[in-house]
Structure formats: structure tokens, C-alpha cells
Design a protein around this ligand. Structure first.
Ligand SMILES: NC(=O)c1ccc[n+]([C@@H]2O[C@H](COP(=O)([O-])OP(=O)(O)OC[C@H]3O[C@@H](n4cnc5c(N)ncnc54)[C@H](O)[C@@H]3O)[C@@H](O)[C@H]2O)c1
Length: 398
């Protein structure tokens, strides 16, 4: 059982957390801490960590930035791991969190929901795709008791979008005092407060004649509790370091889908001058054939070695484009297996793991290409189903 101390125990999320731990076979709430105390909870709640027992494995904090010193002191005293979900830390507090992570493992996320993390990734893709012609505005809505604004999540989303624009965007918080036109390099961030809304984030991409909106809404507080408990479990194998949702995505989402294709041809030209290679690509383009996995490297004699795959049916057209006199090797009737995952770019060793799984399945690998989120291998066709099963099994994909 992982022993959990809940900081902010009497608050909305603290109470939800306690309820969700009742009957858990994995986690046990050993005590709570809340500056206001709480008499109505059936487990001990202390007013500060000074008075608390020393046996918590993980402190999960949903309280206030004012609690940070007390929590950090407890972690130093006891070695407890920290899941810090409170928002609104000052830059100086963020630095202290970073400093303590050299000694104890710390998980820090302004939003513990996996869906919001996906929203950030989608927003980055949209910002890349749409380029600078679209204005970007973020609107967040929360219940009327939220203390900080804009939300930590809105700021994290803005930072993610800004990373795609190489930090060139200026943040504009509301526009009530503005007496000038919007600048192209602004990102507007707006906070709406009211009612009982758990948390809603909209990212608007406003172009000429169209608006694209990406939106995430948390329907209940359990989503944050589930994320925080997942983070607690993740920290149990760590002895130090600063982690966030990307760390969990890297661990669990390195490969989430495996696709296979049959009737693949592989063409290899071991010695082709680069200009002739460009000419060949142009001729293939004119013939209307789509090439797939293209790899190229220079030989020591200044020629290039190139390989590419295509579908078997188009092979004769491509063979007709290869200049006479060039040595080429062609393999017909091969197969292709592609592993994909959003966490791949954050995890090292995925290619090694995929290739080991393919080898274990007896596959012969003829060519490999990789990108941030994808590894493709051209393999022999007879091993295809065993290879697909091996990679899926390694990554727990059904
Ligand atoms: N990261 C996430 O996914 C996520 C999700 C929801 C909320 N939050 C954040 O968690 C925090 C709490 O949210 P909430 O809705 O439960 O708020 P809340 O106001 O309902 O609860 C906060 C609790 O913390 C206690 N508290 C305040 N100062 C304290 C201190 N110095 N020491 C100990 N306890 C203290 C309060 O008495 C209160 O009971 C906020 O910062 C909120 O933004 C984060």
C-alpha cells in the first residue's frame, strides 16, 4: 500500500481525494493537513506538517502556495515524495521546487488530467499547421471560488503554443484597458469565473473568415484525483527528479498503435551520385508514384546510398525511372510494420525495444526509418503477424 498524506485535506479536491481512497487496495490515506483543520473527516487532519506523523510515502498537495514551505520541510525531514498540484506558485517558489527535486522526487503539474495534456499537444500541432496568419486566444472558465487567475493550465497551454513560435508571443491578460488594435504577436488569455464549473479551457485560432476552437472541459474533480494518484504511483520508482505529465506520457504512451502493411517493395541504390538521386526522385514524381520510407547517406566515394519503399504494384514504374548502368537491388513482396505513439519523442530507447521485439519474433529487418512519433521497419512478409504481435505485446496493446 502506498501511504498518502493529503495536503489541503479539507478543501474541494482534498475531500474528493479522501473519498476516492476509501476501500483502495493500492493507496492508503494516512493523514491530512489543512491550515483550517477539519473535525468532520474520519482520519487525522493536522494544521501543519510539523505535528504530522513521519510515515507518508507521498504527499499529494491540493492546497495553496502558502503551504509550500511546510511541505518542503516535511519532505526534507522524511524523504516523502511530492505530488504538487497547487497552482499559483511564484517564480521563486518554482525554483525552490526545482531545487528540492535534486533530493526527493517531485511531480508538478498545473493540470493532472491527461485530456488537458492532449489539448496542449493538439494546440501545438494546430499552431504549427496554421502558422502566423491566425490569432490565438485562450479562454478559461472556473468556479466562483477559484483564487488564482488566469488558471495555471491556461498559462501552461500558452507556454506550449509559444514554444512552437520560439517564444515570440507576448501574453495579453484581458483587454479591458486596451485602446489599441491587437498586435499579431499577442496571445490573449482571459479568465471567466462563476458557478460550479470544474474547469474549461478553450483555445481559439482566429483566421480570415474562420475560427477553429480546441476545447477541454473537466466534468468532475475525480479526473484530477485520478491523475494525482497515478503521479504518486509513478514516483514510487524514483529517488529524485522533477517530473510532469509528459513523464507519464513517455512511460505509458511511447507506442500506442502498431500498423502493418503487406505487398511492399524495397529499392536500394548503393552508389548513386546525389544529383542523379534528385533526378530519379523527380522522374518518380512525374510518374505519380508515392514513395514511403526514404533513407539516404553519403558513401566515402561521394556517392549516396539510398533506399525507399513503395507498394509492389508501382514497382515497375519506378524501375523504369532508374538510370541505366546504376546498380540497384529490388525486393518485392516485403512488409512494413509501423509503431506510433505520442510519448515516443520523450522516451529514449524505443527503437531498441521495437527492434528487439522484432528480432524475438524472428523478423528479418531490411530498412528502418524514424521520426518523433513513429518508427517504421521494412521486414520479411512471412514474419509480419508474429512481429506485430510481439511489438503489441511488449507495449501492452490489445
Ligand atoms: N493540478 C491540478 O490538476 C489541479 C486541479 C484542481 C485544483 N488545483 C489546485 O489545487 C488547489 C486547491 O484547489 P481546491 O479547489 O481544492 O481549493 P479549496 O480552496 O477548496 O481547498 C484548499 C484547501 O487548502 C487549505 N489551505 C490553504 N492554505 C493552506 C496552508 N498554508 N496549509 C495547509 N492547507 C492550506 C484550505 O484551508 C482549503 O481547505 C488550488 O491551487 C487549485 O488551483 C489543481
Amino acid at each position: 500500500m502506498i501511504k498518502i498524506a493529503i495536503s489541503g485535506a479539507a478543501g474541494r479536491i482534498g475531500r474528493t481525494m479522501f473519498k476516492s481512497l476509501i476501500g483502495s487496495t493500492e493507496f492508503e490515506a494516512v493523514f491530512g493537513v489543512d491550515v483550517n483543520g477539519a473535525d468532520d473527516l474520519p482520519y487525522p487532519v493536522y494544521k501543519s506538517f510539523d505535528a504530522a506523523p513521519l510515515d507518508a510515502d507521498v504527499v499529494i498537495d491540493f492546497s495553496s502556495p502558502a503551504a509550500l514551505d511546510d511541505i518542503l520541510a516535511y519532505a526534507v525531514r522524511t524523504g516523502a515524495k511530492l505530488v504538487l498540484a497547487t497552482t499559483g506558485y511564484s517564480p521563486e517558489q518554482e525554483k525552490r521546487v526545482e531545487a528540492i527535486s535534486h533530493d526527493v522526487p517531485v511531480f508538478r503539474a498545473s493540470n493532472m488530467s491527461l485530456g488537458v495534456n492532449l489539448l496542449g499537444n493538439l494546440a501545438k500541432e494546430a499552431a504549427k499547421f496554421l502558422g502566423e496568419d491566425y490569432d490565438i486566444e485562450i479562454v478559461e472558465t472556473h468556479h466562483n471560488r477559484k483564487l488564482d487567475s488566469p488558471s495555471g493550465t491556461a498559462l501552461t497551454l500558452a507556454d506550449e503554443i509559444n514554444s512552437v513560435r520560439e517564444g515570440s508571443l507576448e501574453y495579453t491578460y484581458g483587454r479591458h484597458a486596451a485602446k489599441h488594435r491587437r498586435e499579431p504577436n499577442e496571445i490573449g488569455i482571459h479568465a471567466v469565473r462563476g458557478g460550479t464549473v470544474v474547469g474549461k479551457h478553450e483555445i481559439m485560432f482566429l483566421g480570415t473568415g474562420e475560427v477553429i476552437t480546441l476545447m477541454h472541459e473537466s466534468e468532475n474533480k475525480e479526473v484530477f484525483v485520478r491523475g494525482a494518484l497515478r503521479a504518486a504511483k509513478f514516483l514510487m520508482t524514483k529517488t529524485s527528479g522533477l517530473y510532469n505529465m509528459t513523464s507519464i506520457i513517455a512511460q505509458n504512451y511511447a507506442v500506442t498503435s502498431v500498423r502493418s502493411e503487406k505487398d511492399v517493395a524495397l529499392v536500394t541504390l548503393p552508389h548513386i551520385p546525389f544529383d542523379e538521386f534528385l533526378g530519379l526522385l523527380d522522374a518518380i514524381k512525374q510518374s505519380g508514384v508515392n514513395l514511403d520510407m526514404i533513407s539516404h547517406h553519403f558513401n566515402s566515394d561521394d556517392t549516396a546510398a539510398v533506399s525507399f519503399t513503395l507498394d509492389d504494384a508501382s514497382l515497375s514504374k519506378v524501375e523504369g525511372c532508374i538510370p541505366t548502368g546504376l546498380v540497384s537491388k529490388t525486393l518485392r513482396g516485403a512488409a512494413k510494420i509501423t509503431a506510433e505513439g505520442a510519448g515516443m519523442e520523450h522516451k529514449s530507447g524505443v527503437a531498441a525495444d521495437v527492434l528487439t521485439a522484432l528480432r524475438g519474433a524472428g523478423a528479418e529487418v531490411f530498412a528502418i526509418t524514424t521520426s518523433e512519433k513513429q518508427i517504421s521497419c521494412c521486414i520479411d512478409a512471412k514474419s509480419l503477424s508474429a512481429a506485430e504481435a510481439a511489438v503489441k505485446s511488449y507495449y501492452g496493446i490489445k
